[in-house]
Design a protein around this ligand. Structure first.
Ligand code: FE2
Length: 179
C-alpha cells in the first residue's frame, strides 16, 4: 500500500482512503495488483533471468492488458534493480533529476519498493509516493517527477509504454524543487 509525504509540510498520508483521494485530486492513476498471484520463488527476487521476467508478465497478463486497453499502452517489460545491478550508484544519480516525458510513466511494483517524487498541482509543491509490491502508478504526461529506490535499494517493476521513444527524459529545471 502506497504512502505519501508532502514535502512542503512534511505531512504523511497513510490510510488507503487518504492516499487514493489525494492521488485522484492530483490526476495520478493509482491502483493495486494482487501480489498473491506471484509464485513464491519469484517473490523478493531481484536478479531475474529473461525467462523469469517473461513469467512475471504472464502472471500479471490480465492486469497489464486491462491497463493497456484503458490507457493505450502497447508495450511492456520488467525492470529489476538492486545492489547487484552494475553501476547502481550512477544510475540512481541519473534518476534523481526532475524531468518530464511526452507520455505517462507507468510502473507496477512487483517486489521491493520505489519512490516517485512528483510535482503536484498549483500550491501543492512536490510530494513523494512511497510504493510497495502491488502498487501501480501512472505519472501523467508532462508532469515533473523522478523515480528512485528506497533504503532497501531493491525493486522489480513492470513498465508500460505507449511508445518507448516517448519515455525519453526531458530535464525540468525547477527553482521550486529543493532536494
Ligand atoms: Fe520519468
Amino acid at each position: 500500500m502506497a504512502q505519501i509525504r508532502i514535502r512542503n509540510s512534511g505531512k504523511r498520508l497513510q490510510t488507503e482512503q487518504e492516499v487514493r483521494s489525494f492521488l485522484e485530486e492530483q490526476g495520478v492513476l493509482y491502483e493495486h495488483w494482487p501480489t498473491e498471484k506471484l509464485p513464491s520463488r519469484l517473490r523478493e527476487k531481484f536478479v531475474l533471468s529473461d525467462e523469469e521476467k517473461e513469467e512475471i508478465l504472464q502472471v500479471y497478463q490480465e492486469e497489464i492488458e486491462s491497463l493497456a486497453k484503458r490507457n493505450g499502452y502497447v508495450q511492456w517489460d520488467v525492470v529489476a534493480l538492486s545492489e547487484a545491478t552494475p553501476n547502481l550508484e550512477e544510475l540512481l544519480k541519473k534518476f534523481e533529476n526532475v524531468h518530464v516525458h511526452t507520455e505517462d510513466e507507468v510502473r507496477a511494483i512487483v517486489s521491493g519498493n520505489g519512490i516517485f517524487t512528483i510535482k503536484g498541482k498549483e500550491g501543492t509543491g512536490y510530494f513523494d509516493v512511497e510504493l510497495s509490491a502491488g502498487d501501480v502508478i501512472s505519472v501523467p504526461v508532462n508532469t515533473p517527477h523522478f523515480f528512485t529506490l528506497m533504503e532497501n535499494r531493491k525493486v522489480v517493476a513492470v513498465r508500460l509504454f505507449i511508445d518507448p521513444s516517448g519515455w525519453v527524459a526531458h530535464p525540468y529545471q525547477d527553482p521550486e524543487f529543493n532536494a
